[in-house]
Design a protein around this ligand. Structure first.
Ligand code: 5GP
Length: 215
């Protein structure tokens, strides 16, 4: 039986190369009702990226206008580019009882945790098993120069320093296991009493049945 419940905001953060995007995709394959929060960014698209799918690609002026109008739930500068989560789709999704998945950095995580939506947040930090493995995964993409990789490694160090701000921390040594652990987190968080707003009606009905049976 499906009870009415409040949607949760699943914030997934990790240094780049820790396997966060794969994890996000696998989570949405497991439950297609989970909505992905497509961020806006001023960084140029990478090969294969599509406007509106991975990101909404914006000019700096367009982005700053959105911020001024209060249209961003959070925003931050990463590697000299602006990134932000548009507010409207998130509010619409949780009002409809859908969960929303965010692939954002620690700065964004902090802002959403400190917003009016704090109660709805479930934050997960993904650690790599080692720094050697992190670097290997960054190089395996084969898209970036040594200089870019060095900058990403530095950003990774900064990102990892925020691990203790998250509700859950998992180590992505084996992707299947990390996916299973993430599903377990989401399943348990959905079952929290405070999120199952439909429980009051159900228990009222159960009590009415007791009355009928004169228990
Ligand atoms: P990339 O350029 O590699 O896609 O992303 C760089 C970093 O920006 C990643 O750590 C990613 O999680 C983060 N990021 C992507 N979208 C957002 C966003 O909307 N807000 C924030 N704060 N970070 C984001």
């Amino acid at each position: 039986m499906e009870l009415k419940r409040r949607g949760i905001l699943i914030i997934l953060s990790s240094p780049s190369g820790a396997g966060k995007s794969t994890l996000a995709q696998r989570l949405m394959q497991w439950d297609p009702s989970i909505r992905f929060s497509v961020s806006a960014t001023t960084r140029p698209p990478r090969p294969g990226e599509e406007n509106g799918r991975e990101y909404y690609f914006k000019t700096r002026t367009e982005f700053e206008t959105m911020v001024q109008r209060g249209e961003m739930l959070e925003h931050a500068e990463v590697f000299g580019n602006l990134y932000g989560s548009p507010r409207a789709p998130v509010e619409a999704a949780i009002a409809a009882g859908h969960d929303v998945l965010f692939d954002i950095d620690w700065q964004g995580g902090q802002q959403i945790r400190n917003s009016a939506l704090a109660e709805d947040v479930v934050s997960i930090f993904v650690l790599p098993p080692s720094i050697g493995e992190l670097e290997r995964r960054l190089r395996a993409r084969g898209q970036d120069s040594d200089e870019v990789i060095r900058a990403r490694m530095q950003k990774s160090r900064d990102e990892i320093s925020h691990w203790a701000e998250y509700d859950y921390v998992l180590i992505n040594q084996d992707i299947d296991r990390a996916v299973e652990e993430t599903r377990a987190i989401v399943t348990a968080e959905r079952l929290k009493r405070s999120r199952q707003v439909g429980l009051v009606d159900l228990v009222r009905r159960l009590n009415a049945e007791f009355e009928e049976k004169k228990v």
